[in-house]
Design a protein around this ligand. Structure first.
Ligand code: E4P
Length: 215
């Protein structure tokens, strides 16, 4: 399973990349706004310099022609840019056009298996079901991932399932068990994946014993 980081923070992206675990980056308008980075193009250029993998950049148009126009500007920035498009009717129309022109897309804000089927049929490269936001409204996000993976396998759809809105390590582990293609998560969750108290306790003990030997 590929690991993406879900942030527009360059420091976090660099640190995760240095750990050797990063396959790509997802951003969205809220994440970019949080960083206060007004020049989206420069931000994307910087991200592409750090990570050699899929970099999702989201459009803000909600009509198909506007989405296509924005997408064509964004893909000029770097060959790894994937256009993030909302899973709405106009978004599907745009993805159909963009995929026929070889432009990679990530259909975002997916909350049902039916939306995921439509994204695949329109030719999306990635689909992003939001597990955390479903959990927030008492609906199992991971059940949705299992359903989409199952349906995609039934019909051999090539669209990759990117688990988004990940809140904790169990989302990551369950995604891998189900067989999702990609899991994107905040830096905090990547750090949580590394941590185990027994690793820390064991390491302290090793270092302490070594010190005793040499004192
Ligand atoms: C996906 O690509 C989105 O950027 C993201 O995962 C949304 O996560 P949130 O629900 O924590 O905002």
């Amino acid at each position: 399973m590929k690991i993406f980081i879900d942030t527009a923070n360059l420091k976090e992206i660099k640190e995760a990349a240095d750990m050797g675990v990063l396959d790509g980056v997802t951003t969205n308008p809220s994440l970019v706004a949080k960083e206060g980075f007004k020049d989206f193009k420069t931000l994307l250029e910087k991200i592409c310099e750090i990570v050699d993998g899929d970099i999702s950049a989201e459009v803000i148009s909600t009509d198909s022609l506007g989405i296509v126009k924005e997408a064509k500007e964004l893909v000029k920035i770097h060959k790894n840019i994937v256009i993030k498009v909302p899973l709405i009717k106009e978004g599907l129309k745009a993805v159909k056009i963009l995929s026929s022109e070889g432009i990679k897309t990530n259909m975002t804000l997916c909350f049902t298996p039916s939306q995921a089927v439509l994204a695949a049929k329109a030719g999306a490269y990635l689909v992003s079901p939001f597990v955390g936001r479903l959990d927030d409204v008492s609906t199992s996000g991971m059940d949705l991932i299992a359903q989409i993976v199952n349906i995609y396998n039934n019909y051999g759809y090539e669209t990759q399932v990117l688990v988004a809105s990940v809140r904790h390590p169990l989302h990551f582990v369950e995604s891998a068990l189900i067989g999702a293609d990609v899991c994107t998560m905040p830096f905090k969750v990547i750090e949580q994946l590394v941590k185990h108290p027994l690793t820390d306790i064991g390491l302290s003990k090793f270092l302490e014993d070594w010190k005793k030997l040499n004192s």
